[in-house]
Design a protein around this ligand. Structure first.
Ligand SMILES: [Zn+2]
Length: 467
């Protein structure tokens, strides 16, 4: 079976055929860095990280370009509210996003361009659009530049809307600057006290949509394979990106993939709702790898309605997988990931990244593996553990991989391991001399320190208690 994706533009599942054999180019709309990320933002990062890993598994050389929108009305407003520079807000929040992607085990993009570093490319694109009769500077000399929607007959095709039923784009200080209310701003003329850059049409700053067309062309070429982003970006952002690039004569994206949103109580994450789900707070509830499992397990196109219970269930499901690997290694020694994933797992992933079905295959292997441990079939245990690691690797969830074993606290974990081992020896000694009160006291003291001890047939095991 071939690799295929649901293409928003075609409104159907299509076989994936790359533009250049052996290569896959991806553009992903990244963060507008006005605030630190909540898990709704990072879901997109996790979903597309899995896409990238799966393409890599297929042997493609993947180039991933994910932009950073570092200038925007919202960023300027936050800066104004805090009495600091716009770039201070952008830098701070970009660092928070990078930290969050790292925490969740997302591989860094091949390139992460910032809007304000690509003003010359944007001016060049506006010039092409104006020359071809698809854009115009506002007649009042304000410095605004607009895209002429009526000049592009396919406008609305991506989001499946008829232009005559569209409302105007609410992105101007004065509607009279536009020839048509649906025309959207490529460039916003300078306003007092706001950052601006010189252009042939006056000073101003980028409209949001323009940067993605300019930067994808610069790094991936006029045509590239996959454009990704959240479902909330289809209109107007992606519709406008297509219009800009195609009207300028570029082929632009060949496949459009959109991840579903993360809601809370059925509501789209607003800033106030999102504040309760910031990444540093989330990784106090569960470990980062468990949070990644939670965000990855649903199909990328489905809605995730956040709940603490569902998060805890996901963490427990991940722990079952991890527990099998831990026991397997205890029985058979180190296990390397298998070279290939099992066929049914691959088939699920090939079918528009069916992670939920793929995880069902994974959990089947874990159950078989646990049975093999009970029955003592070492070869079978090693085989299944290797397959489980291979499947986890393409989801970025292998707990034995460097990503998760070399996390920030792993050095400390080795120290704790040695200290707990000393305490557990004392406990075993107390038990051996039938001093159960002393043995229990040691266990209770460990628990008070946040270490949970579990007695297993192969001896005691410990883990840190999660609050
Ligand atoms: Zn974009």
């Amino acid at each position: 079976m071939s690799l295929r994706f649901y293409d928003t533009s075609a409104r159907q599942v299509r076989d994936f055929t790359p533009l250049r054999e052996g290569c896959a180019s991806l553009y992903l709309c990244g963060a507008t860095v006005q605030a630190p990320p909540h898990i709704g933002h990072i879901r997109s990062g996790v979903n597309f990280d899995i896409l990238r890993r799966w393409l890599t598994y297929h042997g493609y050389r993947v180039t991933l370009c994910r932009n950073v929108t570092d200038i925007d009305d919202k960023i300027i407003n936050v800066a104004r509210g805090e009495g600091v520079e716009w770039w201070e807000v952008a830098e701070r929040n970009q660092r928070a996003f990078t930290a969050a992607y790292d925490t969740l085990g997302c591989l860094p993009p091949t390139v992460e361009p910032r809007a304000t570093g690509h003003v010359p490319e944007m001016i060049e694109l506006m010039r092409r659009l104006i020359d071809r009769g698809h854009a115009y500077p506002a007649a009042d000399g304000s410095g605004d530049v607009y895209f002429d929607v009526t000049s592009f007959p396919d406008y609305g095709a991506l989001s499946n809307q008829r232009p005559d039923q569209m409302r105007g784009a609410a992105d101007t200080d004065d509607d009279r600057r536009k020839r048509d209310p649906r025309d959207f701003a490529l460039w916003k003329g300078a306003r007092p006290g706001e950052p601006s850059w010189e252009t042939p049409w006056g000073r101003g700053r980028p409209g949001w949509h323009l940067e993605c067309s300019a930067m994808s062309t610069k790094y991936l070429g006029g045509s590239f394979d996959i454009h990704g982003g959240g479902l909330d970006l289809v209109f107007p952002h992606h519709e406008n990106e297509v219009a800009q690039s195609r009207a300028a004569g570029d082929g632009f994206a060949r496949y459009w993939l959109h991840n579903g949103l993360l809601t809370m109580g059925g509501e789209k994450m607003s800033k106030s709702l999102g504040n309760s789900l910031l990444i540093p707070d989330m990784v106090r509830k569960v470990r980062p790898v468990e949070l990644r499992y939670y965000l990855a397990q649903a199909h990328y196109r489905s809605v995730i309605d956040y709940s603490d219970d569902a998060l805890a269930e996901a963490a427990a499901a991940f722990q079952r997988v991890e527990g099998f690997l831990t026991r397997a290694v205890e029985v058979v020694g180190a296990v390397e990931p298998a070279g290939r994933v099992p066929g049914p797992f691959a088939a699920a992933m090939d079918d528009d990244l069916g992670v939920s079905q793929a995880l069902a295959v994974l959990h089947g292997h874990v159950r078989d593996g646990n049975t093999a441990i009970t029955e003592g079939g070492k070869e079978r245990i090693a085989e299944l553990a290797g397959q489980v690691r291979a499947m986890l690797a393409v989801l970025g969830l292998d707990p034995l991989s460097d990503t998760w074993t070399q996390s920030a606290d792993s050095g400390l974990s080795d120290v704790v391991d040695s200290l707990v081992a000393v305490a557990l020896e004392q406990r075993q000694a107390a038990r051996a001399r039938k001093d159960y009160a002393a043995a229990d006291a040691i266990r209770d003291q460990l628990l008070a320190a946040g270490v949970v001890v579990e007695d297993t047939p192969r001896g005691p095991r410990w883990e840190l208690r999660r609050s």
